[in-house]
Design a protein around this ligand. Structure first.
Ligand SMILES: Nc1nc2c(ncn2[C@@H]2O[C@H](COP(=O)(O)OP(=O)(O)OP(=O)(O)O)[C@@H](O)[C@H]2O)c(=O)[nH]1
Ligand SMILES: [Mg+2]
Length: 445
């Protein structure tokens, strides 16, 4: 992306009450002066960072100028605020484009902040995470990363690896007998491996928080899938009725379970049907089940044919599906039939919410092997995870070579490890990587 142009984009959602149009680049102030008219000049020293009321055409518009380098991007930035709605925002945007701005690419403001040294690559990614975070815990993780907590940890790791590398190099320069090294592997290497281990251990929680978890509700008709969808999401999202085969298409909605964002999918009840539409629905159900991270398999505890409920579970549920006996409020004294061990079992009522905590426990155990997992303060994303694996492998080789007295090879491998860690924060960023990172941003960020 060219960083010399002055770029413009709407920085707020189209449907908001107020729209923010953001200009960034060397000509931001000049272009703003051409399209915005007010009594005071936003570029006058006493007006910098002040909201000034004026007009673009006939529309009232507030303008604020943030002088480089004290802006989000590190360039000169002007933000114009007008009435929300697509038409009002578009007319200000069009005026800025006419006056010499170029439309910004997705993530281009944050890209400039990265190029200008305002953010490292992990912090830039955290900006996108903040915007799309699906729960309070996900937001906190993103905010800590934006504040540089993960970058600081990686900085420590980088230093540890380089300390180990200098010890290798010192051994090269001075043969063993001249150096008073304690035998064994240097502490810096052990510590670096421990930091990598901790960071990689937080990878699953990081993925769950950032991306959310796909949870599919499946089972026979009338088992209470749609009721549970509504209960978990706190919304009256799916039609519930006592007619088997009510849900035909998949119904999706978002919820939060113990701080983890989840994408719920309610499915058509599985049964052999002669109805063409229901058959298509059942096919969709099977596709959703195959793509799920977690399957909640509902079984009707009040069913007059409990063996049918179990038979469908055995036939269609992937191993690890959580077997959920539903409607305990109607059948508290009924003991459900035993199920194979590969299915964790809970009993709930999707109507009264009884035992919902036990269901949450089962979901958390499935995800994190603990009912009440401690969510990490910092966690690498998938990209960082891949580089950390590279670093871990390189350090393992480095350790072996060091023990054998091959200090040159050990130094080379530690350099490789350091490089991988550097890539995470963008120290050695190639253009393809930057494209990859910033293309996931929205326009205006
Ligand atoms: N008492 C009681 N009734 C329930 C419970 N869960 C569901 N029901 C009732 O069972 C019937 C079926 O519920 P749904 O949620 O529509 O079942 P479903 O699995 O989505 O059914 P299909 O869409 O037909 O596959 C409705 O009458 C619900 O009110 C429960 O926990 N207790
Ligand atoms: Mg349903």
């Amino acid at each position: 992306m060219n960083t010399a142009d002055t770029i413009v984009a709407p920085a707020s959602a189209v449907s908001g009450a107020v729209a923010v149009i953001r200009l960034s680049g060397a000509e931001a102030l000049d272009i703003a002066r051409r399209i915005w008219r007010g009594r005071r000049d936003p570029g006058a020293p006493e007006n910098i960072r002040k909201m000034l009321l004026g007009k673009v055409g006939d529309a009232p518009v507030l303008a604020v100028y943030m002088k480089a380098p004290h802006s989000y991007t590190g360039d000169d930035v002007v933000e114009l605020q007008c009435h929300g709605g697509a038409a009002a925002a578009h007319s200000v945007l069009a005026a800025a484009l006419d006056a010499g701005c170029r439309m910004a690419e997705p993530g281009e403001f944050t890209f400039r902040a990265f190029v200008n040294g305002k953010l490292d690559l992990l912090q830039a990614e955290a900006v996108a995470d903040v915007v799309r975070s699906g729960s309070d815990a996900a937001l906190k993780l993103a905010e800590r990363q934006l504040a540089g907590r993960l970058s600081a940890r990686l900085g420590q790791l980088y230093d540890l690896i380089n300390r180990f590398r200098s010890e290798c190099e010192a051994r090269l320069d001075f043969p063993d007998e001249e150096l008073d090294f304690a035998p064994g592997v240097p502490d810096a290497l052990t510590e670096a491996a421990a930091v990598i281990g901790q960071l990689l251990a937080a990878l699953p929680a990081g993925a769950a928080l950032r991306d959310g978890v796909n949870v599919v509700l499946a089972g026979r008709p009338n088992s209470g899938k749609s009721s549970l969808l509504n209960l978990l999401s706190g919304r009256d999202r799916a039609i519930v009725s006592d007619i088997p085969g009510t849900t035909r298409d998949t119904v999706e909605c978002d919820a939060v379970i113990r701080g983890i964002p989840v994408h719920l999918t309610d499915t058509a009840g599985l049964r052999d049907s002669t109805d063409a539409v229901e058959k298509l629905g059942v096919e969709r159900s099977r596709r959703s089940i195959a793509a799920a991270q977690i399957v909640l398999w509902l079984l009707d505890l009040t069913s007059t044919e409990p063996e049918q409920e179990v038979a469908e579970l055995l036939r269609s549920a992937p191993p690890g599906s959580i077997a959920v006996w539903n409607k305990v409020d109607l059948a508290a004294d009924r003991t459900p039939p035993d199920l194979p061990e590969r299915f964790p079992v809970v009993s709930i009522s999707a109507r009264t919410g009884e035992n919902l905590e036990a269901l949450y426990d089962a979901v958390m155990k499935q995800l994190f092997a603990a009912a009440r997992p401690e969510l990490p303060e910092i966690a690498p994303n998938a990209r960082a995870g891949r580089e950390l694996e590279v670093a871990r492998a390189a350090l393992e080789v480095a350790e072996k070579e060091y023990r054998r007295g091959n200090y040159e090879l050990a130094a080379e491998e530690s350099a490789r490890a350091a490089r991988a860690v550097g890539v995470i924060v963008g120290r050695h960023a190639d253009p393809d990587l930057l494209d990859e990172v910033f293309k996931n941003f929205c326009i205006g960020k």
